[in-house]
Design a protein around this ligand. Structure first.
Ligand code: FE2
Length: 72
């Protein structure tokens, strides 16, 4: 899991930065967040639709997210 870091005086929730691209589609850059993070509710950048549920697999964690790209 990614860690927390300060943004000014406030911690950011754990997140990952992603860029998705495919030929014929507009690239998408966004951030994905993890359900249950204690900073999710106070982050100014988060959107509820970007929060992923996380499954604990014992040897690691698993989350999925479906991206939809707009054709260009
Ligand atoms: Fe970041």
């Amino acid at each position: 899991m990614p860690g927390h870091y300060l943004n000014g005086a406030q911690y950011r929730p754990a997140h990952i930065h992603v860029t998705v691209s495919a030929p014929g589609f507009n690239p998408l850059t966004t951030q994905l967040y993890f359900k249950g993070d204690p900073y999710n509710d106070i982050d100014p950048f988060i959107k509820p639709s970007l929060i992923m549920a996380v499954n604990d697999l014992g040897s690691g964690k698993q989350a999925t997210f479906d991206f939809v790209l707009a054709a260009n």
